[in-house]
Design a protein around this ligand. Structure first.
Ligand SMILES: Nc1ncnc2c1ncn2[C@@H]1O[C@H](COP(=O)(O)OP(=O)(O)OP(=O)(O)O)[C@@H](O)[C@H]1O
Ligand SMILES: [Mg+2]
Length: 386
């Protein structure tokens, strides 16, 4: 099943494009599921009819659902939350625990479990997802790393019986919240779920991000960063959808300077994103209902199949050059001074601005020194000592 994640800055037209993509895919004969994981659901607004948490047919070949992450956060997970809250009350400075307590990104990840459910039915060829704005989507991608580090430390402490944490854990788990077994089970099941979702997100043959952008400076700048972050977390973007372009008849008179500025942004967009770019005009009306959004789909994709994989890329890959092994990461638009690379045991730590990713290194290079780091043509190259 193909998974198409629609994200982008707030208000650029993610929901409209997601609905259009779903309608367009169905028009090509795909059995299509349209899922909203944005906590501020608006499929209903875009369609002009309520959708809600149960699968609802909205057009020929399209079933839609708005996932409530809070409902999805089942009991075990609220128990973890309670446990952590207790841990914090015990006056520790467990920073990671604090971060997990806020659970940045967890809700979106949990909502994405719904993609697995759609897949499990075996009844759909395409799952189109209307995601939260990019900030939240990126937090979600960061979450598994945070969880993993936390779990590893926890289990490590547990295994070694390190004195520092053990009494604390005993105090907490003896106390009001949970027997420790239950706590560990809950944590393990959370971890498995998160890993499952992550596997779907990182499978570039199935899953693509579609970044929606408008031809304006702030949006393009933010989207360029988002593209690089998605790539850093291993999610492949296969197309950029440019929305709300001034139509030809509105480029003179009062709008002449807007049109001029927009031409510059269009050139910038073409330069910034190494993927196919699709376009939609600014309509003279809001896009509400399947008719208007079906029209948007035809405008954006023309005769092409919206479910196609428009470009096949692996954002993180290993290459051999001579005797050296290179790890490459697509980071279009990133600047040298924004990127830091270091090894950390068997892992590589890559930091791009405020985003950090731990990449598990394959056995062939794990433990090797970094020979050279280079940022060239939007690609980060890390060479390891032979
Ligand atoms: N090309 C367009 N021409 C005219 N109106 C548009 C166009 N694209 C979207 N709109 C309108 O702009 C508004 C916002 O669009 P939409 O809800 O799709 O954005 P969004 O990115 O999902 O927003 P949010 O970040 O709030 O989720 C809607 O009223 C929609 O009908
Ligand atoms: Mg939206």
């Amino acid at each position: 099943m193909r998974v198409l994640l629609h994200t982008g800055k707030g208000g650029v037209g993610k929901t409209s494009m997601a609905v259009a993509t779903a309608l367009g895919a169905a028009a090509k004969g795909h059995r299509t599921f349209l899922l909203s994981t944005d906590p501020a659901h608006s499929l209903g607004d875009a369609l002009g009819r309520p959708v809600g948490g149960a699968p609802t047919p909205i057009a020929d070949g399209v079933v839609a659902r708005e996932v409530s992450a809070l409902d999805e956060l089942d009991r075990a997970w609220s128990a973890i939350r309670g446990w952590l809250r207790e841990l914090l009350r015990e006056d520790t400075d467990e920073l990671i625990a604090e971060e997990l307590l806020v659970f940045p990104g967890l809700e979106e990840l949990v909502a994405l479990r719904a993609v697995r459910e759609v897949e499990a039915t075996g009844e759909f060829d395409v799952c189109v997802v209307d995601c939260a704005p990019t900030g939240a989507t990126l937090r979600m991608l960061r979450f598994p790393d945070a969880l993993r580090i936390f779990m590893e430390n926890l289990f490590e402490f547990e295994r070694k019986g390190i004195r520092m944490l053990r009494p604390l854990m005993e105090r907490v788990s003896e106390s009001r919240i949970l027997p420790r077994e239950e706590f560990f089970d809950a944590f393990e099941s959370l971890y498995r779920d998160v890993e499952d979702v992550r596997q779907v997100l990182l499978d570039g043959d199935r899953t693509s991000a579609r970044l929606v952008v408008t031809p304006s400076r702030v949006v393009v700048d933010e989207t360029r960063r988002s593209f690089a972050y998605l790539s850093l977390y291993g999610v492949a973007t296969d197309a950029v959808l440019v929305n709300r372009e001034l139509p030809a008849q509105a480029t003179g008179g009062y709008f002449a300077r807007w049109a001029e500025k927009e031409r510059r942004e269009q050139a910038e967009i073409a330069d910034s994103f190494p993927v196919p770019i699709f376009h939609a005009p600014l309509y003279p009306h809001e896009l509400i209902g399947t008719e208007a959004l079906g029209e948007l789909a035809r405008n954006v994709y023309g005769d092409r199949d919206p479910a196609e994989l428009f470009t096949r890329s692996r954002p993180i890959r290993l290459r051999k050059r001579g005797t050296r092994t290179l790890l490459e990461v697509d980071l279009p638009g990133a600047k040298k001074e924004e990127v830091e690379v270091a090894t950390h045991g068997e892992e590589l730590v890559i930091r791009v601005r405020d985003a950090e990713r731990l990449i598990a290194l394959p056995a062939s290079v794990a433990g090797r020194q970094i020979a050279r780091v280079r940022l060239h043509g939007g690609v980060l190259e890390v060479a390891f000592e032979a």
